[in-house]
Each structure stands twice: as structure tokens, then as C-alpha cells.
Ligand binder design. Structure first.
Ligand code: SAM
Length: 419
């Protein structure tokens, strides 16, 4: 009797082992197929094969690794700190509540996890059409939206906004267009081109936009820590100065930003402003004089954006702000002593997706100061006058602007979006 039981249990055990073995074999086969699958569909089929393999064999090491790689490739890492950026989220929630009206047809460009689309639905939109260029992200957003009970109010369209067609993807032009597609220097995610297209092709003539306006500003800053980070003079006793000319533009991650403790030395001056309700993609050129109003050392020209989402609601990556956006500082070749009245001329250029800036460092001059020396550096966007921007097109390709939070590879369909 005992022997019978032992035999049954052995057979059962062997049967289970054989079953597990077969599952593992099938998982291996699926992983093999996944490695051969082209990624031209944005990784959808590969992701499905790997998910199927992991359902059969949850600890399949190769499947796990390939899945991680795939997600890293197609889902930029900045999505997560961005979604955790509560100041950004609050500002968008408030702006959307203020500007989306019950009954609106809303176009949300760049669905991501679905947050702005869901905020628009919550604000009373009749229907939200949200497009997303990354198929894997669009697929996940569809799930998020369904899990929040909004599947009947929001349609996720896995397409680039430029490929949307009225009558096919949206039943009619939108009453309101929402987007959050700006990087550290505002333009690098293609917001101007995208909104130019959307406002002409996908929106009603008087459609509202969130954001409404963006401004790029520059100011002189001091930071020994920034220089130590980007221009280390020596390592283990070796002189590294001959390497420094490569470090002209510092891309500062949010963590480094806290460490660097940039100290503004004078007021921030607007370089360019952009009307997102009537976007203009023409390149522009501007020379601006930045001045210091205090003593210290000028190490860099710090450039940041301010975006007005709705009247009184803005987001920024200025020196004073925190949040997930990275920062950009154009480093001076040689530090300059700052004192009230020292002035530096910067020459800035932008096209539809890039900002470049050079500093006329040798021409730093000191002027007697009669202006406000309070060191106020952060004027509200609404105070900014329109600038007479001289537009040029000299065929020169400036460097691409820098990432929202660095570290992510550029997603398909976007050229050089993030470093
Ligand atoms: C910064 S995320 C914002 C996501 C969401 N709107 C939010 O605020 O939480 C921008 C998303 O837009 C997508 N995207 C950018 N430009 C796009 C375009 N022109 N058409 C479709 N998707 C776009 C990106 O792939 C990314 O997932």
C-alpha cells in the first residue's frame, strides 16, 4: 500500500517535471522567435512573444532580459520621473480643468500613460482623442484608461499626430489641443512642428491650447560644482584640461542640478517666445545682453523655459524650480569675475527643434548700473513683452537640445530628441 502511494507520487512528480519541461521548451521556442521578430511594429509582436514565454516560464532569464531591453528601447525612462512630478501634474490638471469645456472634442497629442487624456475626460470633454507614436506605450495607455473606467470617453490612437486625419481618426476638428511634448530647452521634442500641423489640420480655427505660450530665457550663473563636474582639471594627478573644449554644453540631470546649486548672478532675460496657439516654425536669431547684478564668478549661461498652460498657470525648469526636467548650461571657456554692471552678449539661434547659443566672452564689459539690483530673476511669462525677432535661415545646423531628464534613448520617429 505504502509502496503504491510512493509510486503514484513519483509518477505524479515525474509528470509534473515533464510538464514543466515542456513548458520551458515552449518558452524557449517563443523567446527564439522573439529574437528574430523585426521591431518595425515598435516592438509589439516581440513584447507579446516574450510575455507569452514568461507566462509559461516566469523565471525564464533570457525572456526577462530581452523584455527589459525592449522596454528600455521603446519606453524612455523619463516617463516615470515625469509622472511622479507632482508640480507638473498639478499644473496640467488645473489648466485642463480651466480650459476644457463640457462637450469639447479634445485632441491630446502624446498620450504617454494617459494622464492628460484622463484629466481632459474628467474636465468634461465629450470625447478625447489621444495619439501616441510609440505602439507599446499606446497599448499600455489603453489599459490604464480602461482600468480607470474611461474607455468609452477616450480613444487611444497609436499614431504620430502628423498622420491623423479628420474624418478617419477624429470625427471633427478639436475644440482644445493638449500637449506636453517639451524637453529641457522646450523645442527638442518637436513641439513647434507638431503644434503647427495640429493647429492647421486637426483643430477648429479658435481652438484652445494647453500650453498657450512658451518662453526660453537665459541668465548668468555661478557654480563651482558645475565646473568640477563638467571640467575636472585633474584626475589622479593628470592634467585633463585639453579635454575641456568638448564640454561646452552641460546637460544637468535633476540630481546633479541639486548638487550644483546654481547661483543666479543677474536677471533672466527672454531669448525667444512661442505662441503655441499659432505656432511658427521659422528659425530665428537673437542677440541678447545678459548682466550681473551681484559679485561672484560667471561660469555659465543657464537657459531654461517657462510655459504658460493657462492664465496664471505655468511650469518652468528655472533655477528655483524642481521637477523632472533636466537643465542646460552653456559653459564659458574661462570664468569671468561678476560684479554689478558686468555684461555679456549671447547670440542665440533656434529652428523648429533646436536651440544653440554662443557667448561673446572676450567682449564682457562693465557698465554703470542704475537699474534694479534686487536680483529678481524670474519674471512671470505674462510680463514678457513680444520681441522683435530677426528671422534668418543660414543653413547652419545647431546642436540638438538636451533631454528632459537625460539617460533615455530617442524613441523611434523623433530625431535626436534626447542625449
Ligand atoms: C512627455 S510625454 C507626455 C505624456 C502625457 N501627455 C502626460 O503629460 O503625462 C509625451 C508623449 O508624447 C509622445 N509624442 C510626442 N510627440 C508626439 C506626436 N507628434 N504624436 C504622437 N505622439 C507623440 C511621446 O512618445 C511621449 O509618449
Amino acid at each position: 500500500m505504502a509502496k503504491d502511494l510512493a509510486l503514484t507520487s513519483l509518477a505524479k512528480h515525474q509528470g509534473l517535471q515533464a510538464f514543466a519541461y515542456l513548458r520551458l521548451q515552449e518558452a524557449d521556442r517563443l523567446v527564439q522567435r522573439a529574437t528574430l521578430e523585426p521591431l518595425t511594429d515598435g516592438g509589439l509582436r516581440t513584447a507579446q512573444l516574450l510575455a507569452d514565454a514568461l507566462a509559461l516560464a516566469p523565471h525564464h532569464h533570457q525572456a526577462q532580459i530581452l523584455q527589459q531591453r525592449l522596454y528600455q528601447m521603446f519606453v524612455p525612462r523619463w516617463h516615470f520621473p515625469m509622472l511622479a512630478d507632482s508640480a507638473r501634474n498639478r499644473a496640467y490638471a488645473a489648466a485642463i480643468a480651466a480650459k476644457v469645456k463640457p462637450g469639447d472634442i479634445v485632441l491630446d497629442i502624446g498620450c504617454g500613460a494617459g494622464l492628460t487624456a484622463m484629466l481632459a475626460a474628467r474636465a468634461g470633454a465629450k470625447h478625447v482623442y489621444t495619439c501616441e507614436q510609440q505602439p507599446l506605450i499606446a497599448q499600455a495607455a489603453t489599459r490604464v484608461i480602461a482600468e480607470n473606467g474611461l474607455a468609452d470617453r477616450i480613444t487611444v490612437i497609436p499614431k504620430m499626430s502628423h498622420n491623423l486625419v479628420i474624418g478617419v481618426d477624429l470625427p471633427e476638428p478639436a475644440d482644445a489641443v493638449i500637449s506636453e511634448i517639451v524637453d529641457t530647452l522646450l523645442l527638442g521634442e518637436g513641439a513647434l512642428d507638431t503644434l503647427f500641423h495640429a493647429m492647421h489640420r486637426l483643430a477648429k480655427p479658435e481652438a484652445r491650447t494647453i500650453p498657450e505660450q512658451g518662453v526660453l530665457k537665459a541668465q548668468l550663473v555661478e557654480s563651482d560644482a558645475l565646473m568640477r563636474l563638467w571640467r575636472p582639471h585633474q584626475a589622479e594627478g593628470f592634467d585633463l584640461s585639453a579635454f575641456h573644449h568638448f564640454a561646452t554644453i552641460a546637460q544637468i540631470t535633476p540630481n546633479d542640478f541639486a548638487t550644483c546649486g546654481l547661483k543666479p548672478l543677474g536677471p533672466a532675460k527672454p531669448l525667444f517666445s512661442f505662441d503655441f496657439t499659432r505656432p511658427d516654425t521659422k528659425p530665428a536669431h537673437r542677440i541678447e545682453v545678459l548682466s550681473s547684478t551681484t559679485t561672484g564668478t560667471i561660469h555659465a549661461v543657464f537657459v531654461f523655459f517657462e510655459m504658460r498652460l493657462a492664465p496664471g498657470i505655468r511650469v518652468t525648469n528655472s533655477v528655483q524650480a524642481d521637477g523632472h526636467w533636466g537643465r542646460t548650461a552653456f559653459l564659458l571657456d574661462h570664468p569671468i569675475r561678476a560684479q554689478p554692471g558686468v555684461q555679456l552678449s549671447v547670440c542665440a539661434h533656434h529652428d523648429a527643434a533646436h536651440l544653440s547659443l554662443s557667448v561673446a566672452q572676450e567682449e564682457a564689459i562693465t557698465v554703470s548700473v542704475t537699474a534694479d539690483l534686487s536680483g529678481r530673476v524670474d519674471d512671470p511669462v505674462a510680463d514678457i513683452p513680444e520681441h522683435a525677432e530677426q528671422t534668418v535661415d543660414h543653413g547652419f545646423a545647431p546642436p540638438s537640445s538636451w533631454p528632459r531628464a537625460k539617460s533615455a534613448p530617442p524613441p523611434a520617429g523623433h530625431a535626436e530628441r534626447r542625449a
